[in-house]
Ligand binder design. Structure first.
Ligand code: GRF
Length: 222
């Protein structure tokens, strides 16, 4: 059987999505294994959770590098390479990435974002969805590209916006979906990588992934 893809999860804080990925990856036959949890903040609660589950967890503290983002990312990249990582999952990693790290993982870096992209990229998504009067909100797992929150979408989950919702109640409803969606997306992604047992390998490649999407109605001539 093909070995699971060695996966790193990058966090900055709570790490509830990371915990959901750890749980999923512990199941037999899951095509990814979590080989490393890495935070840019030493006090990220997710680090302790990962260690308690026997996962290597470390901090590459951005403050040690001052304003030198490239050097910080080079430090992260060295840790990823040293462990033979094949996929990177951003899960509440709160640093903007430079093209250096993004381009080191083409089609192999995922992110989860708490909105139905392309709506509401960036921060404060739940408050913004409420202010816009949305009736539907949700979360997105996408490939990471140089433009923030704009990479090819791999999976989405929607929730209703209910009367009386505030940003916290809405965030909690979305987060429950995040914890199901990210493990699903990682499973699809890891199983589709070249060399894995899933014959449908196209999810690992943004161009091939887009080619699989249904043609727009006009182009399809219907
Ligand atoms: C999640 O809402 C995720 O969508 C966003 O940051 C939050 C991280 O939460 N990118 P957690 O650290 O996974 O609990």
């Amino acid at each position: 059987m093909t070995p699971p893809v060695r996966t790193a999860i990058l966090i900055s804080g709570r790490g509830s999505n990371m915990a959901a990925l750890l749980d999923a990856a512990a199941a037999p036959c899951y095509p990814a294994e979590v080989a490393l949890v890495l935070s840019n903040r030493p006090d990220a609660a997710g680090l302790d959770h990962a260690r308690a589950h026997g996962i290597e967890a470390m901090c590459v503290d951005h403050r040690s590098y001052g304003r030198d983002r490239a050097a910080h990312e080079a430090g992260i990249q060295a840790e990823l390479q040293a462990r033979g990582i094949g996929l990177v999952c951003l899960a509440g990693y709160m640093r903007l990435l430079t093209p250096f790290l993004v381009n080191a993982w083409p089609g192999r870096m995922l992110n989860i974002h708490p909105s139905l992209l392309p709506a509401f990229p960036g921060l404060d998504t739940h408050a913004r969805a409420l202010a816009a009067g949305c009736k539907l909100h949700g979360c997105t797992v996408h490939l990471v590209t140089e433009a923030m929150d704009e990479g090819p979408i791999l999976a989405q989950a929607a929730v209703p916006v209910l009367p009386g919702d505030d940003a916290d109640t809405l965030a909690a409803r979305v987060l429950r979906q995040e914890h199901m969606l990210y493990p699903l997306a990682l499973r699809l992604m890891a199983a589709g990588l070249p060399g894995q047992s899933d014959p449908d390998a196209s999810l690992s490649n943004p161009q091939a992934y887009e080619a699989r999407l249904p043609l727009p109605t006009s182009a399809a001539g219907t």
